[in-house]
Ligand binder design. Structure first.
Ligand SMILES: N[C@@H](CCC(=O)N[C@@H](CS)C(=O)NCC(=O)O)C(=O)O
Length: 204
């Protein structure tokens, strides 16, 4: 399986962390792929009509996207405990946590894109709104930290860890840890997992 990949993309990292957690990372052939919101990658557009990474090209020539679909596909390929719990309360909790982490990540990415625009085109209201939403999500995660630490690792844990590590990578001045000691402790422990250590962001 070929994964259209970049060491800068948090959504690619979500797939990579997930693959490591499932024991499937070795089956992914990573192809470095450059993408930008304002510069479509014409080669990638032929495989994924949305032009985004991660995109997974399967051995039969078909493609899967986006990161969540790829993760669920990977989950179907192994016999360990599933990271998408199959049913019951555990499933809804994992999916809600995934939504919390993933939407935090969406807001961080959109905020960063706004920050990369020329200063005269940036909207102070939009920037303030992103900051409010990001800080609110981190505060919600702080409330959730104890349960994250005791529940089995799921797609929710993976998305949350990738969002917080992206905040470290691109928003180091945000200081998200301040006042959020519980989620800081959870994240610092999760970041020691081989799946996280082996997939660290590199700005290249
Ligand atoms: N919802 C998508 C988001 C993927 C995404 O936004 N990827 C970024 C890189 S981190 C991208 O490909 N951006 C290029 C673009 O927006 O055209 C997913 O979960 O895979």
């Amino acid at each position: 399986m070929k994964l259209f990949w970049s060491s800068r993309s948090p959504f690619v990292r979500k797939v990579m962390v997930f693959a490591h957690e499932c024991g499937l990372a070795g089956r992914l052939e990573c192809k470095r792929t450059l993408v930008a919101m304002n510069k479509p990658n014409t080669d990638l557009l032929k495989i994924n009509p949305t032009g985004k990474i991660p995109t997974l090209l399967l051995d039969d020539g078909s493609a899967l996207y986006d990161s969540t679909v790829i993760c669920e596909y990977l989950d179907s390929l192994h016999d360990r405990a599933k990271l998408f719990p199959p049913s019951g309360q555990a499933r809804w909790t994992a999916l809600r946590r995934h939504a919390l982490g993933n939407n935090l990540l969406d807001n961080l990415m959109l905020w960063r894109n706004e920050l990369l625009r020329p200063q005269t085109q940036q909207s102070p209201e939009t920037m303030a709104a992103f900051e409010t939403k990001v800080r609110n999500a981190v505060a919600a995660l702080d409330q959730e930290a104890e349960a994250l630490g005791t529940d089995p690792v799921s797609i929710g844990h993976v998305a949350i860890a990738c969002a917080l590590s992206y905040a470290d990578f691109r928003f180091s001045s945000l200081g998200w840890r301040i006042g959020n000691g519980r989620i800081t402790r959870w994240f610092d422990a999760f970041a020691q997992r081989p799946s996280m250590i082996n997939t660290a962001h590199v700005d290249q």
